[in-house]
Ligand binder design. Structure first.
Ligand SMILES: Nc1ncnc2c1ncn2[C@@H]1O[C@H](COP(=O)(O)OP(=O)(O)OP(=O)(O)O)[C@@H](O)[C@H]1O
Ligand SMILES: [Mg+2]
Length: 488
């Protein structure tokens, strides 16, 4: 193992401040990072689009080492991007990156203090047409899954998930039939306003005050002959009031918990009536930073980031991407375990053909395992397995280092052993047997991850990491190699 400097490729940045597509080309073999002097060790756009996982303990140099280098390369090469924020200083870090890449003008910081707005329900309606209700149901269920995913599993999930979808489907379709705008606020109001027991549906006082009842009346006037009308009326007036209250509360909890923080105050305004920023801006080369950091805004920040991430991934899925004319984009998730849901694994499998590089940074494997809940192991394996490039920084977490060693896999070692018998004083003299045995050994044992340099003055601002890419050999013959990054 001999560490060597990662040399930056001198690729001339495109005229990124204007970002006119004219003359810009991004072939899949576009070099991004040169990890050694050998041409074979160039890391390209095609490699980036197979996903990047960066792991290392707190302060190991993920953000300031490998993260910084890859982020800068993406910006210098004219990528569009979506950046999700956990830490409060993440947005400033990206301001600095944009400035250094000469792309300040492309930065769009979506925060409660900004003038950007994203009415994602309108956006979804505009992009999905007749499938709107069903697509919106899926989106909201997916986003809500970030909080409750540790609870339902196995057979429970088989019961709750269809119930949750049914609730949203009936709320959204009712709004559409009544000719009322579909907004988070109105969805929230329908759910909180629905009758709690069958007699309540006949109570004139409830009928006079209820937003839900008003919608039902309007829908009946406008769409009584609609094939879904009877089903919707039945759901709200009979089926749902008959549910035991515990069951109903469990079905509602994900959505009331999500709609509440997203419809209040400044965050409510961000996702309110108007729209001046969408995932399409990212495809056109903008860098959208969701500056609602989870460290400050808690679950509101998490939902906001997830809404953007899910809609961005859908926009990427829909786009007609062709290399080399299609502009590459990236999804950046530092502290990724706060932003990752089950659907991401599936998306990751198609990312390469869609010109998107997803970069996920996290401290350790248990973070992901915790986030995915008790049945989550195979989901985590699937997700992380779909990030072909893995950069492992210093780590003392045994679960992670063992997993990393296993990921890099085993080499067959040939161990020689000599056994002797007989005595020097024996007439025939001593005899010895040489035997060779085949032993499977970790090609990168867990202890390799412990001693890596983690930057700062004491290390002369050098960060080290172990680089691995499935199906690739470095320096002609090595399954993994140690690389260095300069923090400055
Ligand atoms: N630009 C810089 N110049 C010098 N030192 C830095 C710089 N950025 C970070 N450091 C220091 O280098 C070390 C690695 O920091 P970094 O933030 O990259 O780690 P990390 O792996 O991202 O940690 P975390 O898990 O907490 O996000 C820390 O001790 C940090 O204080
Ligand atoms: Mg960090």
């Amino acid at each position: 193992m001999s560490p060597f400097l990662s040399l930056l490729v001198g690729h001339k940045p495109p005229r990124s401040h204007t970002l006119e597509p004219v003359g810009e080309r991004w072939p899949l073999d576009l070099p991004l990072v040169r990890f050694s002097k050998l041409d074979a060790d160039v890391w390209t756009l095609g490699d980036a689009c197979q996903g990047v996982l960066i792991m290392g303990e707190n302060g190991s140099g993920k953000t300031s080492g490998s993260g910084q280098l890859i982020a800068r390369k993406f910006l210098q090469n004219g990528f569009g991007g979506l950046v999700l924020c956990f830490k409060t200083d993440e947005a400033d870090l990206w301001r600095e990156y944009l400035k250094r890449a000469g792309r300040e003008a492309d930065g769009r910081f979506f925060s409660p203090e900004s003038a950007f707005r994203f009415n994602f329900l309108d956006y979804e309606a505009g992009t999905s047409g007749v499938d709107f209700a069903e697509n919106l149901v899926t989106l909201l269920v997916d986003v809500a899954s970030i909080q409750k995913r540790t609870e339902a599993s196995g057979s429970e999930a088989h019961f709750w998930l269809p119930q949750k979808k049914k609730l949203l489907r009936n709320a959204i379709t009712l709004l559409l039939l009544a000719g009322h705008p579909v907004q988070l606020r109105t969805l929230y109001q329908i759910i909180t306003d629905a009758p709690h027991f069958p007699e309540q549906t006949k109570d004139p006082q409830w009928q006079a005050k209820s937003f839900l009842f008003d919608l039902l009346r309007k829908a009946e006037e406008k769409a009584a002959d609609h094939p879904e009308w009877e089903l919707i009326k039945n759901y709200w007036m009979s089926e749902r009031p008959l549910l035991p209250s515990k069951t109903r509360e469990t079905i509602d909890a994900d959505f009331t918990g999500m709609f509440d923080p997203l419809t209040r105050g400044k965050i409510g305004e961000l996702f309110g009536a108007s729209t001046n920023l969408t995932p399409d801006d990212i495809l056109a080369g903008k860098i959208v930073v969701i500056d609602i950091p989870i460290a400050k805004y808690r679950e509101a920040g998490q939902y906001a980031a997830l809404i953007w991430a899910q809609l961005f991934q859908r926009a990427v899925d829909r786009r007609a991407y062709e290399s080399p004319v299609g502009r590459p984009v990236f999804l950046w998730e530092d502290e990724a375990h706060y932003f990752t849901i089950e659907q991401d694994a599936l998306f990751q499998t198609t990312a390469r053909s869609k010109g998107i590089s997803v970069v996920r940074l996290t401290q350790n494997l248990p973070n992901f395992l915790d986030a995915y809940g008790r049945d989550g192991k195979h989901k985590v394996d699937t997700l992380l397995g779909n990030h072909a490039t893995k950069i492992f920084h210093r780590n003392g977490d045994a679960v992670t280092t063992e997993w990393s060693a296993k990921t890099i896999a085993k080499d067959t070692q040939y161990r020689h052993s000599i056994s002797g018998s007989g005595s020097v004083s024996a007439a025939s003299g001593p005899t010895s047997n040489v035997s060779v045995s085949e032993v499977e050994e970790d090609s990168c044992p867990p202890k390799e991850f412990i001693g890596l340099k983690n930057g700062g003055k004491k290390n002369n601002y050098t960060v080290e990491a172990i680089l691995f890419q499935s199906g690739r050999l470095w320096r002609k013959s090595e399954r993994w190699t140690t690389v260095r990054f300069n923090q400055r």
